[in-house]
Design a protein around this ligand. Sequence first.
Ligand code: SR1
Ligand code: MG
Length: 396
Amino acid sequence: MAVVATKPYESLTQETAISLANELSLFSNEAQLVCEEIGDGNLNYVFRITDQASGKGIIIKQALPYAKVIGESWPLTLKRAKIEASALQKHGEYAVGLVPKVYATDENLAITVMEDLSHLEIVREGLIKGESYPKLSTDIGEYLALTLFNTSDFALHPFEKKALVVEFSNPELCKITEDLIFTDPFFDHETNDFEPALQAEVEAIWNNTLLKLEVAKLKRSFLTEAEALLHGDLHTGSIFASEEDTKVIDPEFAFYGPIGFDVGLFLGNLIVQSFTREGKQRDVIHSHIHNTWVTFSSKFSEFLEQSEFDLFNDVEGYDAFVLEKVFRDSLGFAGCELIRRTIGLAHVKDLDSIENQEKRILLKKQTLKAGELLIIRRKEIDSIDAVIELLGEIQQ
Ligand code: SR1
Ligand code: MG
């Protein structure tokens, strides 16, 4: 992979992005390059450069020195571009074909040059339109098992694992998660954003000491448990897919954290869809929820059985202990994700794009309730089917 000759940081424009693509010799001399900025996330610029002659494209993603969603008043480290490129490569070693190829990086310019995935669609957008993505949960279940197992102490020599913990130290991006997922929504904080019609539900969350105790425990896990190299922001806007293909993008929040965090964020975002859909459409999502956990847990368990580094792996009960912890953590993290996506700073289009106010508020009350119950009852819920039953009770 090329590392571009370093230049001081400057924000790319469509013209300078094309010049950079030429410098990298990623296209033929005859290429007729056009560029558009297609980023719709909260933090970065994304330039797509296409050769009009051959149709071939690349993506240049550039981190901005601040959070785009807020503006220059929220400075943000450019080191996240290096973390993202390195995480794509590390995860790509294991989850072959499930992450985009990286062609080049430049730490000073904070760019990652990678495979163009324009033939695919962002899963959140597709799900909102009613797509079902038949391979989604099998692919993501496998991605989770492959990336999380193979970067953990179950699969790595302790020296190698600890070197990766250092390499992927990502304090500024972790702080965003610590604040936006685990803290602000549970207090009367200025970053929160919710409709006045939700005031009573939100105040009930702020006053629920049992809930806050459980969130504090989950936040503590996030802060202290360096189990595996996480994606760190695995919502449905971080996944491209089609009927046949799935690619996980955007691991700029990657760091060593608790395995259940990635699993829980993905499940939490599927659960939002369980509320916004009805009838057979909802069943599709429930089977994705079920299949994500079954695929992840069976693969992870299979890998654990073959672990070279954990001599306890065939002690009876150990495998069940490991997976039960991941399951309960996942439910708690899914619950936090549901609450923050409903009343925190960064919402999801699945809910906010519902025009009918009465319906939108009802669904938001349901996602808040699901979040609360998943967090509080995570030690009693003993199967993924029980999670789906719980959703059904809230939806009645
Ligand atoms: C200021 S960043 C807000 C959110 O966008 C990212 O995708 C993460 O989910 C973060 O919490
Ligand atoms: Mg992102």
